[in-house]
Design a binder for this molecule. Structure first.
Ligand SMILES: [Fe+2]
Length: 205
């Protein structure tokens, strides 16, 4: 049988120097965090390499770990995408949303304060992630919750803000005070980057 997946390796994106000078989120945290991201990239390459060797006609009889490989692939690729969003839109000066994203927030949440309060509450409730995403079917923004790298994104939604609430994102700097970390996250958001995504995806407003 044909191979299950075409296998091409990808590389980790470079860590931008601005990420090492965030307000409240230390260099130590960001460097450790970036290493985890590199781990997801390596895992993605490893899993696709293994899947490329699977005889898919016999996958469920012969390979007891076929299910695990399929699940781990979503975890690894989810981990890559989540962290690329996260690192990309940090390094800014925070404040209230600006430009196109501010318009979307005002329309769908009523105010910047409501959006921020709901995303913070979602981040406090989640085990791993909270995202502000534009849902193309609902035609509005939602703050969606994630427990892990591969739960619970919904189809046909485009994430514009990705808030990592795994312990590794804050424990060194804030201990168990996740709320203060989330405040620091907002203080470092680069709305120029977020607006670039609104533009690139032509999100209607
Ligand atoms: Fe993370």
């Amino acid at each position: 049988m044909a191979v299950a997946h075409k296998f091409e390796e990808v590389s980790a994106r470079e860590l931008r120097p601005a990420l090492l000078e965030l307000e409240g989120i230390s260099r130590q945290t960001v460097e450790a965090h970036y290493k985890l991201y590199e781990g997801y990239v390596a895992k993605r390459n490893e899993i696709l390499g293994r899947l490329a060797d699977v005889d898919v006609g016999k996958a469920n009889q012969v390979y007891s770990d076929f299910r695990a490989l399929k699940v781990e692939l979503t975890f690894a690729i989810g981990g890559i995408k989540n962290h690329e969003l996260y690192f990309e839109h940090l390094g800014g000066v925070g404040g209230d949303p600006k430009g196109a994203f501010a318009e979307l927030v005002a329309r769908d949440f009523g105010s910047a304060e409501s959006w921020r309060a709901d995303l913070k509450a979602t981040g406090l409730a989640g085990r791993g992630w909270a995202w502000t995403a534009y849902d193309w079917d609902e035609r509005r923004l939602f703050n969606y919750i994630g427990d892990a790298q591969n739960t619970f994104p919904v189809w046909n939604a485009t994430p514009l803000v990705a808030l990592d609430v795994y312990e590794h994102a804050y424990f060194v700097d804030f201990g168990t005070d996740r709320g203060s970390y989330i405040d620091a996250f907002f203080d470092n958001l680069d709305y120029g980057v977020v607006n670039g995504w609104v533009e690139a995806y032509a999100i209607p407003r």
